[in-house]
Design a protein around this ligand. Sequence first.
Ligand SMILES: [Zn+2]
Length: 101
Amino acid sequence: MQSQASAECKRVDNQITDIALARCIKEKCQTMKVRCVKNCFENFNGGAFDPQRPGEIILCGGGPKNKNYGPIAIHEFAHACGWKNEKGKGVPNEDHNKWAF
Ligand SMILES: [Zn+2]
């Protein structure tokens, strides 16, 4: 999961359309911890960012084995930059309702 997140971090400039947001996400890629948890909630596989814990994003396993967590990590890093759900700017947002936060 961590390696998928760091691979996606290299593609930030290709997908994020807002320069300031892209810069922020790349910084978060370098400074935030990616915490991987096998079973966060029942049958949930996705990610979460808790503003109370600004130093980390959480990736939750437990779903399809071949899922790519890279876009989910970018989505959660964007939240850490103050981005809100459904606000576009190229942030991966599909299946958001399955992702918790
Ligand atoms: Zn979200």
